[in-house]
Design a protein around this ligand. Sequence first.
Ligand SMILES: Nc1ncnc2c1ncn2[C@@H]1O[C@H](COP(=O)(O)OP(=O)(O)O)[C@@H](O)[C@H]1O
Ligand SMILES: [Mg+2]
Length: 253
Amino acid sequence: MAVSVQSVGLTYLTSVDKKPTFKARIKRFGRGGKFSRRVDAINDVSIDIRYGTVLGIIGSNGAGKSSLMRVIAGIIPPSEGRIEVYGSVSTLLALGVGFNASLTGRENVYLGGLAAGMTREEIDNQFDEIAAFSELGEAIDSPMRTYSSGMYARLAFSVAATVKPDILIIDEALSTGDARFKEKSLNRIKELRTEDRALILVSHALATIEDVCNEVIWLDKGRLMARGEPQQIINQYREFMQVKRSASSDEDV
Ligand SMILES: Nc1ncnc2c1ncn2[C@@H]1O[C@H](COP(=O)(O)OP(=O)(O)O)[C@@H](O)[C@H]1O
Ligand SMILES: [Mg+2]
């Protein structure tokens, strides 16, 4: 087993921007609480992920895919349930969570490597490979806040692909960058598929998911809708989306 997700729920509490009404202010005063909005991003999700699995996560925008990746990666604790991770996790989220924008690419490679449990010597030995794979050139020594989102994703992907963690989570990073870099990243992912590694890929690119994954889960509104063989689950999802689309166009009439 690589990861065990047990009845996990995640609720975000965000403060509301709207200016509170006088009445609400009094109420808040009474409760001593804050104005907040609850978003149930994940609802009672259980999944076991074994080593050797290349798991694709699909679902529409806001389905909870990134949230689930964040809790699996330990970036945010679940509100309910538990997650067990057997191995080291190196994450690669869409926004390059884990990178510090005020540091240079090079400094972030060291931070990322150390966070993934590598020693400084190991990173020294792999640095050139990471920098070369990222194709950032001299920009590797510029602060990451000057990077485009494509450059961000490229460096994140290069670290993850070179560090070769036991469990690798890739959230949408394959959707950024040019076609050639995508192809290169995809090939690297295929090389990473082994019995002693678990890969979790979140992507809108259903063809990519079908091409590289050996299992797929479909999330909708924070719930696990289906899990199984890629082609079958992707077909179910496509059908669902079509029905949803035609239902909403009926409403428009
Ligand atoms: N940091 C956050 N604070 C509050 N709500 C959030 C936050 N991140 C995501 N959400 C909400 O949680 C739900 C799931 O979002 P997300 O996990 O990003 O979905 P996906 O990656 O599938 O598009 C959405 O309703 C989104 O608006
Ligand atoms: Mg997302």
